[in-house]
Unconditional design. Structure first.
Length: 70
């Protein structure tokens, strides 16, 4: 499992825990319902990274390319 997938799993677990009314300690911080938006933003970032890794593994070109003009 890649680091991006591991981090996505942690964010999903944290989001579930907070939605169930529990607080969760993540990265040395205790997060509660007030931090749900922050957890969701982190989850979205790791979802993007997992998708980019999957696309790269399939040979899809994502992002941008730089051209050198002489």
């Amino acid at each position: 499992m890649t680091q991006a997938k591991q981090m996505l799993e942690k964010y999903l677990e944290a989001e579930t825990a907070v939605l169930e009314g529990r607080s969760v300690t993540f990265g040395g911080r205790t997060l509660t319902m007030a931090d749900l938006n922050q957890i969701r933003e982190g989850r979205k970032e790791w979802e993007r990274r997992v998708a980019a890794e999957a696309a790269a593994a399939q040979g899809d070109r994502t992002g941008y390319a730089l051209a050198t003009f002489v």
